[in-house]
Design a protein around this ligand. Structure first.
Ligand code: 9MR
Length: 371
């Protein structure tokens, strides 16, 4: 008894300590801070799906509650030959999401890019129709009840809002859009179906997106949501244009998801007056100004930009289903290689060493201040 009395204060300190630890675990992650607002997702590389790096893996479960495969579910990987599917990695991806109780998003069914070479050879409408039916039905049925939402059609529009002259449009005409949504709904009637694109917060492409979705619906297709990819810059798009887009899409009864969020801090070759985009900028110091570290002033700009974006997202949280970053940390970002190869970009909330950046704290801080 005496011994218990002696240890009781210590024991209560221990219990209190572990409660505090649990509390701080609850409040110090993106997914917990934004719980009840919208899912906070990340895109996963093949190595991350294979749990290659323990530190990255624990960061992923700590911070995120939604996942998208950055590449491995694209046509060239899952459907490499006409009669051959390879679901090895996509099965692992889905198992990863289930194990960690995450929202699982499928990316992507019908996209003109990253097609398998055999698909590029399809020339006539009958063959393309058969491809679409087999591809969509096989993949969506396989993950029926496991995958929570799909990018059914990706990037079908040009920036002026007209339809992109893709292999699908060229062989089938615009009916391919409604057909894709109908096939996906037939294979899994309950899964959420999205149209996903970049720059569709800009006025002309927003109009194009709205027309596309209206036409698909008029033809009997089910569209539940719109994905705004959100590959953005420090200065643009404006918060006003993003807000107009959230309102316009949601007025159509669509869920709005920000599906591939990142913010480049590097100069863009297209902004340089007289610059020829085809010119080779590789190795140019002017175009790769921060090869070692991001200056504090830009780090702060990035943090402020993320804060204003998330402030807007919170204002419209009732309309937003998910906000997914296009990668876990800066080292993994596609923006290190696009539009110029071999640069050092800083577009995400975690740096290459997986440390939270100022931008991370600015996003977290919004949830500490009373809404
Ligand atoms: O991040 C992806 C990169 O690793 C690939 O090389 C690239 C190929 O096109 O695709 C990137 O992801 C794209 C996404 O699938 C669709 N929207 C634009 C993304 C960035 O290019």
């Amino acid at each position: 008894m005496k011994l218990i009395n002696h240890y009781l204060p210590l024991l209560s300190l221990f219990i209190l300590g572990s409660c505090n630890a649990q509390k701080s675990e609850k409040t110090t992650s993106l997914k917990n801070s934004y719980k009840g607002d919208f899912y906070i997702g990340t895109a996963l590389s093949a190595d991350q799906i294979n749990e290659k790096n323990v530190k990255e893996d624990s960061l992923i479960h700590k911070e995120f509650n939604a996942i998208t495969a950055e590449n491995i579910m694209k046509s060239m990987f899952v459907h490499p030959a006409k009669d051959k599917y390879d679901f090895t990695l996509s099965d692992k991806f889905v198992a990863y999401g289930k194990k960690n109780k995450m929202f699982i998003h499928g990316h992507t069914l019908i996209w003109h890019s990253q097609l398998a070479p055999w698909m590029e050879q399809i020339k006539d409408s009958a063959e393309m129709k058969a491809f679409m039916k087999d591809h969509i039905t096989t993949i969506v049925s396989k993950y029926k009840g496991s995958i929570n939402s799909w990018d059914v059609v990706n990037e079908a529009l040009n920036d002026d809002g007209t339809l992109r002259k893709s292999i699908f449009l060229n062989t089938l005409g615009e009916s391919y859009l409604a057909d894709a949504f109908k096939l996906a709904a037939k294979a899994d009637p309950k899964v959420d179906l999205y149209y996903n694109d970049y720059n569709n917060e800009a006025p002309a492409k927003r109009e194009g997106t709205i027309n596309l979705i209206k036409k698909v619906r008029a033809a009997g297709g089910k569209v539940d949501g719109v994905g705004i990819q959100a590959h953005w810059r420090l200065e643009s798009p404006s918060i006003e244009e993003i807000e107009k887009s959230i309102l316009a899409y949601s007025a159509l009864g669509l869920k709005v998801a920000f599906t591939e969020l990142d913010i480049t801090v590097l100069p863009n070759p297209w902004d340089l007056k007289g610059a020829d985009v085809n010119q080779n900028f590789e190795g140019s110091a002017k175009m790769n100004p921060y090869p070692k570290a991001l200056p504090d002033s830009i780090q702060t700009k990035l943090a402020e930009r993320y804060a204003s974006i998330f402030k807007l997202f919170l204002k419209h949280k009732d309309k937003i289903s998910r906000v997914t970053f296009w990668g876990v940390h800066d080292g993994q970002s596609w923006l290190n290689d696009w539009p110029i190869k071999g640069r050092t970009n800083y577009p995400l909330l975690f740096d290459t060493k997986l440390k939270p950046k100022k931008a991370y704290y600015s996003v977290m801080q919004l949830k500490e201040v009373k809404q």
